[in-house]
Design a protein around this ligand. Sequence first.
Ligand code: SF4
Length: 259
Amino acid sequence: MPEWNPWHGCKKISSGCQNCYMYRTDAKYGRDSRTVARTAGFHLPVQKKRDGSYKLNPSDRLVWTCFTSDFFISEADEWRYECFEMMRIRSDLHFFLITKRIDRFLVCLPDDWDMQNGWENVTVGCTCETQERADYRLPVFLKMPIRHKVIICEPLLEKIDISPYLGSNIEQVVAGGESGYYARLCRYEWITSLRRQCVEAGVSFRFKQTGALFEKNNKLYHIERKYQHSQAAAADLNTWGDAKQISDISRPDKKINTY
Ligand code: SF4
């Protein structure tokens, strides 16, 4: 699926950002991730090929949007309206964006946003990684004029209760652990708790990936990146052939990142 990153760089805002994938990738290239800058691909949705057709054709329908930043970060305020304009023009595409700044949603909207229903071709995922963030962000999220809403519990850092927020306009809850060298623990019981809440509320649930450090049935697993999605899919079947059990999670050799 195509990715559209109109700007790159972000400021860490909550505990879920501690081991941000974008920061980790930038560090390999000595790039300062806190500098927010427009990218060369800013106009990707409306860019055309020599034959006059769009580079992103309708068969690319789902476009992951702003995955190397946060779409609602204040540093991008002067650029965002142009992005909304491109989304409006490309109503044949569906833009999926994830934010930890849902409290900025209303001040970021273009004049022609549908204040009752949002836009049909935009899905917003609101991240809540802890109970405290869920209780802060989700009441705001529920009130926003968004046509398609998804709750993202990733990286899930503790057991959380989101049942009060699973109203009928939440289309799905996605949960998963944290990847990377410094990954924090994710427990299977946190995942099953979320799934139970979703089943009771009649909301679709997806366990997307285990993360690198995963506990299930009192066993701790260190799971390579390439297996994290498949192991999540297999978790219910108890087939854990590729996961390596480890006994020591203290890993004193590893520094803990702060945000
Ligand atoms: S909001 Fe997202 S992109 Fe920004 S620092 Fe946090 S995890 Fe990274």
